[in-house]
Design a protein around this ligand. Structure first.
Ligand code: CP
Length: 311
């Protein structure tokens, strides 16, 4: 694996999940593999879990870590051939090449604009780093995907399932802000690779990219979707067709204890209490969001380990 920007960059998801669970049992076993190697983490956007868990993962492997909140440095230009006489100070061609001399792996977080669908779908920032950097690139959430989160989710479901083929439901939930589709996209793509009975539910108008959803089961009836679920994954996303718009804030889509039934509750976090999900769900033993967040470290660690092994 040279880069990790999509769940399909893993040659075998099932084996990767098993390896991540083994790493979790003995996280410092591979301290030599990252010796004298540096991870550079570049953040165009905020983070709590991704930032800390990826740093922890790298350090568990013996790597050094540098972190740059890139909006605090020179404004980067991404367009080829642009005349840089306005606000941009440094072109990605120089920046990516220079950063590659300081790091062995570059990890990047760059959210979508949610106003320019074409630009977001082009993954300009991530793809520019892949083009101009000379070291492997890891996505820490891009405009359209969050593959470290979805690998985490797959590990968590594998750890907690008591069935060979659990029923997993991805449900849209209300939120006051327009959020990216990235987490939902990657979760769908990952569930499509797993042996699960998978359903997506959302209000009308919140259909996701059909090239990602493919033939996954989708219903507008949340109660029907949640029936007999083993795992309920709640997430808000803004409209894909009316790009980046909030079309619905119907509180009836919030996850309650009654709706959850016997299922485990999952969310990538951060989560807005009593907007997305009730307190009594998050505070119950059925919520596995804390254990899920812990697995962020081991998802990142198995990805970094696989890349380091091929350097
Ligand atoms: N789930 C997740 O990516 O969390 P952060 O945005 O805090 O990194």
């Amino acid at each position: 694996m040279k880069h990790y920007t999509h769940i399909k960059d893993l040659s075998d998801l099932k084996t990767t999940i098993k390896d991540a669970i083994l790493l979790k049992m003995d996280p410092f076993k591979n301290q030599d593999i990252g010796k004298n190697k540096t991870l550079m983490m570049l953040f165009f956007n905020s983070s709590l879990r991704t930032r800390l868990s990826t740093e922890k993962a790298a350090k568990n492997l013996g790597m050094s870590v540098m972190t740059l909140d890139i909006n605090n440095v020179w404004k980067l230009e991404f367009e080829d051939g642009s005349v840089m006489n306005m606000n941009s100070t440094e072109h990605i061609k120089e920046a990516a090449h220079v950063i590659s001399q300081y790091a062995d792996i570059i990890a990047i977080r760059a959210f979508p604009t949610l106003t320019d669908k074409k630009k977001d779908e082009s993954e300009l920032i991530l793809k520019s780093f892949i083009k101009y950097a000379t070291v492997p690139i890891v996505s820490m959430e891009s405009a359209t995907g969050h593959p470290l989160q979805s690998l985490t989710d797959a590990i968590t479901i594998s750890e907690f399932t008591e069935k060979r083929k659990p029923k997993v439901v991805l449900t849209w939930a209300p939120h006051p802000k327009a959020l990216p589709q990235a987490v939902a996209n990657s979760f769908i793509e990952t569930m499509q690779l797993m042996d699960v009975d998978f359903t997506i539910t959302h209000p009308k108008g919140y259909e996701l990219n059909p090239e990602i959803v493919k033939d996954s089961n989708v219903t507008y009836n949340q109660n029907e979707a949640l029936k007999d679920a083993d795992f309920v994954y709640a997430k808000n996303w803004s409209s894909y067709n009316n790009y980046g718009q909030i079309l619905n804030q119907d509180t009836n889509w919030k996850i309650t204890k009654e709706k959850l039934g016997q299922a485990k509750f999952m969310h990538c976090l951060p989560v807005r209490r009593n907007v997305v999900v009730d307190d009594d769900v998050l505070d119950s033993d059925q919520s596995i969001v804390i254990q899920q967040a812990n697995n962020r470290t081991f998802a990142a660690q198995i990805v970094l380990k696989n890349i380091l092994e091929q350097l």
